[in-house]
Design a protein around this ligand. Structure first.
Ligand SMILES: *Cc1c(COP(=O)(O)O)cnc(C)c1O
Length: 422
């Protein structure tokens, strides 16, 4: 019996997070056994080059010795105290150093918790209920954020999942990503009711969509003028597109930032932080409640700190960016010579590609209208060739520091073959 069939007997859907189930590409998911650097070993003994990187955290590649050693040493001291430890301060200091908009930080255990808590804080700080988010951005699965645009009116969002009360959805305004005019309209009409805008400064959950010129600045200006807070959700982009995240690249200082993925180095850690006066609103300093039994867990802190230390040198991102660029340019060239329309993006260690002929992709509807069937064929073709891509057309891809010239050229060789067959 297949491992997936066996898993489905006791695990809901056979997976512990839905995208792992291959529903977006068909077929059964691949079960992993171990990994080293850029390479995965599957339960059936295949070696695959990994472009998922655990959905972002593994920026150094798998089983980096500095990270593994740090975790082992931390484990020998204690798995968890539930009391303050010095390593929490050390990681907090690193986060604040790399992202200077963050003056105070609070550790949590997942990106979902980080965004949920940042929004509660923004609502508490402003004494307002409404939040603005963008179609195609993903901010974890808390109730207020599982909302899509309602038809017609600006004011009423609708739940995008059963189980989310409509009474909550009505406080979430969902706008088009990269549509500054829609942002202006929302603020003109409802500005004094808006607690915050939350945005992925480079969208990575609808494939990869960079912001258009002026979009993020509009968010900053309108938030400041209206007394609302700007939250950059850098759970994916933080320490991934540049050492200081997308905010470093675009030179924007959000009021609050959420980070996750890379900050835990592969263990469950995430954080939210920002302006000291805003952060003083959370318990125990302030009235906005937020807590966590395993928050700041010493193993997760050790993995995160060891990872952030490795990305300190500017040469790290120079080289990661160059490798990712090599991959992206190669994919663009190979698709072109096979006459397959493809729009490719890359930034730091993050990339995306969309099967469409109206690139560059800057809007959600372009991603939604892409050739999904072609993506499915490409995904399975690449998997057969030993290349493990995200099993969904709506995800970004990740390159690690362990992806050398050999891995990139093997990937492009595979792509050359597969583009010709789809
Ligand atoms: C992954 C992700 C989240 C959710 O993080 P989890 O750790 O999966 O809860 C939130 N926001 C963005 C931008 C993400 O990419």
């Amino acid at each position: 019996m297949s491992l997936f069939t066996e898993a489905k007997k006791t695990i809901a859907g056979g997976v512990n997070s839905p995208v792992r189930a291959f529903a977006g590409v068909g077929g059964d998911p691949v079960f992993m056994k171990s990994a080293k650097g850029a390479w995965l070993e599957t339960e059936d003994g295949r070696q695959l080059i990994d472009y998922v990187g655990s959905w972002g955290p593994m920026i150094l590649g798998h089983a980096h010795p500095a990270v593994v050693d740090a975790v082992k040493q931390a484990a020998d001291r204690s798995l968890s105290f539930g009391a303050p430890t010095v390593i929490e301060t050390e990681l907090a200091r690193k986060i604040c150093e790399y992202m200077p908009s963050i003056e105070r930080v609070r550790m949590v255990s997942s990106g979902t918790e980080a965004t949920m808590s940042a929004i509660r804080l923004a609502r508490g700080y402003t004494s307002r209920d409404k939040i603005v988010k963008f179609e195609g951005c993903y901010h974890g699965h808390s109730d207020s954020l599982l909302i899509k645009a309602g038809s017609g009116t600006l004011t009423l969002g609708v739940p995008s999942s059963p189980g989310v009360p409509a009474s909550l959805a009505e406080h979430t305004i969902t706008l088009e990503y990269n549509d500054s005019a829609a942002v202006d309209k929302a603020f003109d009409e409802l500005g004094e009711q808006i607690a915050c805008v939350i945005v992925e400064p480079i969208a990575g959950n609808m494939n990869m969509v960079p912001p258009v010129e002026g979009f993020l600045d509009t968010l900053g200006t309108r938030c400041t003028d209206a007394g609302a807070l700007l939250i950059f959700d850098e759970v994916m982009t933080g320490f991934r597109v540049a050492r200081g995240g997308a905010q470093e690249i675009f030179g924007i200082k959000p009021d609050l930032t959420t980070v996750g993925k890379v900050v835990g180095g592969g263990l469950p850690a995430a954080a939210f932080g920002g302006r000291a006066d805003v952060m003083s609103g959370i318990a125990p300093d302030g009235p906005v409640y937020q807590a966590g039994t395993l928050s700041g867990n010493p193993l997760a802190m050790a993995a995160g700190l060891a990872t952030l230390k490795q990305i300190e040198d500017p040469a790290f991102f120079d080289s990661l960016t160059a490798q990712t660029r090599k991959l992206a340019d190669g994919l663009a060239a190979e698709s072109q010579s096979a006459n397959v329309p493809l729009a490719v993006e890359a930034c730091g260690g993050m990339f995306g590609f969309v099967f469409c002929s109206d690139g560059p992709v800057r809007r959600f509807d372009q991603v939604a209208a892409a050739d999904i069937d072609r993506f499915r064929k490409f995904f399975h073709g690449m998997l057969e060739q030993g290349i493990y891509l995200a099993p969904s057309a709506f995800e970004a891809g990740f390159v690690s520091a362990a992806h050398g010239d050999d891995e990139i050229s093997r990937t492009l060789d595979a792509a050359r073959t597969v583009f010709k067959s789809i």
